[in-house]
Design a protein around this ligand. Structure first.
Ligand code: ZN
Length: 176
């Protein structure tokens, strides 16, 4: 089968503005996506395609970060290549994909991270976002004390599980 070049299908779906270039076709978790063509594989992330078409390949194991925080944007000048850790630092405090502070989706699992005095503390990987958030809450209460911020309108009921989580958080902190 001959596929037409992806850029022929790509650019008509982009509304180029003075700032963000909005993806006008299918979105997944807020990110633009485009099928490879035919019935092949998983859809590609639109911002990644735009970057690779106009700038070049994204190095392996690196993320493309939206400097503008607009996931539907495919303007390459609003994207930067960064490590996973840098991407997390630049994120909004409560990631849209979990709604729980400190909980970040990582493929099928959830990870928890907290930033304290410029250092990212990785609190480990968890099966659920609630557990990841719980680990964050424990670390936050230890690090931030009375200034702990668990995210708006989120009560941390998880502190009753503190013994178990304390152990996990301590292990994770010990690995740094
Ligand atoms: Zn943008």
């Amino acid at each position: 089968m001959t596929l037409i070049p992806i850029e022929w299908r790509f650019w008509p779906k982009v509304k180029i503005g003075p700032g963000c270039w909005e993806w006008t076709a299918s979105l997944s978790k807020g990110y633009g996506q485009i099928n490879i063509g035919g019935n092949y594989g998983k859809p590609l992330k639109a911002h990644r395609v735009a970057y690779e078409l106009l700038v070049g390949p994204v190095p392996p194991n690196m993320d493309l970060d939206h400097i503008c925080h607009n996931r539907a944007c495919v303007n390459p000048s609003h994207l930067r290549v960064c490590t996973r850790g840098e991407n997390v630092t630049n994120r909004k405090p409560t990631p849209a994909d979990s709604g729980l502070k400190g909980a970040f989706r990582n493929h099928a699992r959830w990870t928890s991270k907290i930033v304290w005095k410029g250092t990212i503390y990785r609190l480990g990987a968890f099966a659920t976002k609630e557990e990841a958030h719980a680990a964050y809450c424990v670390a936050a209460s230890q690090l931030h004390g009375q200034f702990a911020n668990f995210g708006e309108n989120q009560d941390c009921n998880y502190l009753t599980k503190q013994d178990r989580i304390d152990g996990e958080a301590d292990d994770a902190l010990g690995d740094l």
